[in-house]
Ligand binder design. Structure first.
Ligand SMILES: Nc1ncnc2c1ncn2[C@@H]1O[C@H](COP(=O)(O)OP(=O)(O)O)[C@@H](O)[C@H]1O
Ligand SMILES: CC(C)(COP(=O)(O)O)[C@@H](O)C(=O)NCCC(=O)O
Ligand SMILES: [K+]
Length: 279
């Protein structure tokens, strides 16, 4: 079995993948913390031959986790942001400073769709761009839905946005504090993604496929009006592409990769942008 770990600022996600069949056997998530307890937080390591890790948590968490795993598992692969990988050149002035979850997401999306915009709606919302040809432009970081809500301190932190709400309801004016906050932060997140996507496509003169991942991807997706795909396993896809271990991975197939719809024509994106600015 392969144990894949995606350690975010809020949640540490894991999944077990069968080395022979490439099937996902189980998955789970625990709050990100300093220490792991194999057997309770994550699966028992007896069955694990290899571990692949993407971590943006504090260095100490990664060090502890890797130390623990190395004592029990033969192969431990830790993803890093590099200047170049899999045909993509990192757009950061200091490539290693780019969040490795963003790098994994951009690499996976590029493998799947070519030039792309990859959005990760987690603790933070990150929006990254890779042009056809593989030049990563850099990206944008804004607070995620939960962070935005917590920063307001209006006593609404425990009332989450219902992920099954319709976007139309979530975009309407709120009639009480909880609604006003939930609809406000939802509008902020969705408008930012819509606007940034359109602005960068316009600037670069290319309509790019759009891919979403992260804990809030499903709900944000409802408010995105342009064609896009939701790919919960996007970060894992980057790990598979960087450290291929199964036959399917070596053949370039990433688990759970969605069908990515073609983007709308650039003229339409530009028209939408002009309309939103009343031009
Ligand atoms: N069941 C859930 N538990 C915790 N957070 C959730 C849940 N469902 C959605 N979320 C949202 O997803 C975010 C965490 O998403 P995730 O992509 O795992 O973030 P990170 O990678 O930063 O840890 C939370 O901040 C919250 O807004
Ligand atoms: C921006 C992030 C905090 C997002 O993390 P997440 O919301 O997935 O937990 C993470 O990618 C990170 O720590 N990045 C380093 C800074 C940068 O990318 O510029
Ligand atoms: K994120």
């Amino acid at each position: 079995m392969i144990l894949d770990l995606d350690i975010g600022n809020t949640l540490s996600k894991w999944r077990l993948k069968d080395t022979a069949s490439s099937e996902i056997r189980s998955r789970g998530a625990v709050w990100t913390r300093e220490e792991w307890r194999p057997g309770s937080d994550i699966p028992d390591l007896d069955v694990v031959e290899a571990v692949r890790i993407s971590s943006v948590a504090r260095q100490t968490v990664l060090r502890e986790t890797v130390g623990l795993l190395r004592r029990q598992v033969g192969a431990v692969y830790v993803a890093r942001s590099t200047a170049e990988a899999l045909g993509v050149t990192n757009g950061y002035e200091e490539p290693s400073r780019l969040g490795v979850d963003r790098w994994m997401g951009a690499l996976a999306s590029y493998q799947l769709a070519g030039g792309c915009c990859s959005v990760d709606c987690g603790s933070a919302i990150t929006i990254d761009f890779v042009l056809p040809g593989g030049r990563h432009l850099g990206g944008y970081i804004l607070p995620g839905l939960r962070l935005m809500k917590e920063s307001l301190q209006l006593g609404t932190r425990n009332v989450a946005i219902d992920p099954d709400s319709e976007a139309d309801e979530l975009l309407a004016p709120g009639k009480n504090t909880v609604e006003a906050v939930n609809h406000g932060i939802y509008m902020a997140a969705v408008s930012a993604v819509n606007r940034i996507y359109s602005e960068v496509c316009d600037r670069e003169g290319v309509a790019l496929p759009l891919l979403l991942t992260g804990g809030d991807a499903r709900v944000v997706s409802r408010g995105i009006r342009v064609p896009h795909a939701v790919w919960p396993d996007m970060v894992y896809g980057g790990l598979e592409a960087c450290f291929p271990l199964t036959a399917a991975e070596r053949a370039g197939r990433m688990s759970g990769a969605p069908r990515v719809p073609a983007p709308v024509a650039l003229e339409k994106i530009r028209a939408g942008l002009a309309f939103s600015m009343m031009l």
